[in-house]
Design a protein around this ligand. Structure first.
Ligand code: GAP
Length: 459
């Protein structure tokens, strides 16, 4: 992995090669919204597929849902979001920009190598710390802030046919509640026995005061969340199990374990029994990738209290009735895409003095698995035949523009693991060369064996 000093090279590559574009770009953009392009959407879909495979398909006892983004507002009262889903915000009196006090302190501490539990600080402690250390506004350099106030992060909107009959509703700030409110439905229809899990992938929205770092923190993002319902006594065991599963998953999409670490939360919510993050070493430093949480029986108890529905589970063997505890695993898909992009990025010095940029994605995550390249345009008929065949089973791309060297570079930059070149021998003996992205070595393979060759090498 090339050591990246910041995200500039990643942002440029993403824009130039069709991974990710600025949202609403032709209108000058819309702050911190991003659109996935033709290459990026494949990468993101592959990551979602890999997650679903591990946490639903290959789990004996997990089931998926796809719940509505707009939920009854009482859900957010029950979950605690209406009352306390907020960030400590302060405004710069000089330049009028808005900031998160905890982020200002974290950035200052990172720069000065200070290890400190910022999430355990009270508003007063943060205010004093900022004044004491003369932490400056990142926009204008002055240290002159207003008092810290809590700022609710939920985006609200209204529904109703007439202006005066409009109810406030919210864009969900997390997907988790869609899993909790469907606990009874999923249990009843699958006849699942506790312990079992509910998984969901979907959009979440947060009115982040200080979004930034490309797709690391945005106002609209996708979460991949899994709630595992278990008996209270088994909570610790499954918490450990999900820590391991989350770690294994991060490795399976190509993240180097040396760039991953667990970080226990310094401050636990009153209901939580344990909580930790997996952090990734992003160019801007160690930052949260995902969270794992032993949330006790709090979520289902609150929904029982607010909805009036009995959320108890009846154990068919012991006849015991109880509200299950929850082990939550939650990861931002876009944040994981960013980690995967940073990990894969490499600049290699070649013998001829040139530099090649190559994205070393693990093949099952790579946007395209194979590119078909005719050596010359007059070989395109045969090349298209091979391409059409490969498209049936692989995400494949075709390129006949420019020198073969340039075309290889383009594929390296989007991380295509294999390039199949059609040359004059292909016409003679029905063989092609297959170039490996990482080693640049070429194998001669019969067209009839090509599919098997690719399957064997795409793990
Ligand atoms: N249901 C639990 C929950 O939502 P969280 O720590 O607030 O917990 C979980 O979010 C994950 O979602 C984070 O670890 C991160 O990967 C991702 N995430 C949170 N806020 C985000 C944002 N503004 N932009 C991108 N990803 C975000």
């Amino acid at each position: 992995m090339e050591k990246l000093e910041n995200l500039d090279k990643i942002v440029n590559l993403c824009k130039g090669r069709g991974f990710i574009f600025q949202g609403s770009e032709i209108y000058g953009g819309m702050g911190n919204t991003w659109d996935y392009g033709p290459v990026g959407v494949e990468l993101k879909n592959n990551i979602k597929k890999a997650w679903w495979k591990k946490f639903v398909q290959q789990s004996e006892n997990s089931f998926g849902v796809d719940a509505a983004i707009l939920m009854n507002s009482r859900v957010w009262d029950a979950s605690g979001h209406t009352a306390s889903f907020s960030d400590p915000k302060m405004d710069c009196r000089n330049c009028k920009t808005r900031h998160r006090a905890d982020n200002l302190i974290e950035d200052y501490n990172k720069k000065h190598d200070i290890e400190m539990a910022v999430d355990a600080m009270s508003k007063e402690e943060m205010q004093n710390y900022i004044v004491e250390h003369q932490i400056k506004c990142p926009n204008c350099g002055k240290c002159d802030f207003t008092e810290i106030k809590n700022f609710n992060l939920m985006f609200s909107t209204k529904r109703g046919v007439t202006d005066d009959s409009q109810d406030v509703i919210y864009l969900r700030p997390e997907t988790a509640q869609g899993e909790f409110v469907n606990f009874l439905n999923v249990q009843r229809t699958t006849r699942a026995k506790v312990p079992f899990g509910i998984a969901q992938i979907g959009k979440a929205f947060r009115n982040e005061i200080t979004p930034g770092n490309f797709i690391f923190r945005t106002i609209e993002f996708e979460q991949m969340e899994h709630q595992f319902f278990c008996k209270e006594d088994d909570g610790e065991k499954f918490y450990k199990e999900f820590k391991q599963k989350a770690w294994d998953f991060a490795k399976s999409v190509g993240l180097n374990p040396e760039h991953l670490r667990f970080k226990d939360h310094d401050k636990l919510a009153h209901y939580a029994k344990a909580a930790c993050d997996i952090q990734y070493l992003f160019p801007m430093g160690w930052s949260e990738l995902n969270g794992i949480h032993n949330r006790s029986a709090w979520d289902l108890s609150r929904h029982q209290e607010y909805s009036g529905k009995n959320m108890q589970y009846l154990d068919p063997i012991t006849n015991e009735r109880y509200i299950p505890n929850v082990i939550e695993y939650s990861i931002g898909c876009d944040r994981l895409v960013l980690a995967v992009l940073c990990e894969a990025y490499d600049e290699e010095q070649l013998e001829d003095g040139e530099t090649r940029i190559v994205m070393h994605f693990v093949p099952h995550i790579a946007p395209y698995k194979v590119a078909v390249l005719p050596l010359q345009k007059n070989l395109s008929e045969k090349a298209k035949e091979v391409y059409k065949d490969l498209q049936k089973n692989f995400m494949a791309t075709y390129d006949e523009a420019g020198s073969i060297g340039k075309r290889y570079r383009r594929q390296d930059e989007i991380g295509t693991p294999f390039c199949v070149t059609i040359d004059f021998d292909t016409i003679e003996n029905n063989t092609v060369t297959v170039r490996d992205r990482d080693t640049m070595k070429q194998d001669r393979v019969k067209i009839d064996d090509l599919e098997k060759y690719l399957i064997d090498n795409i793990k």
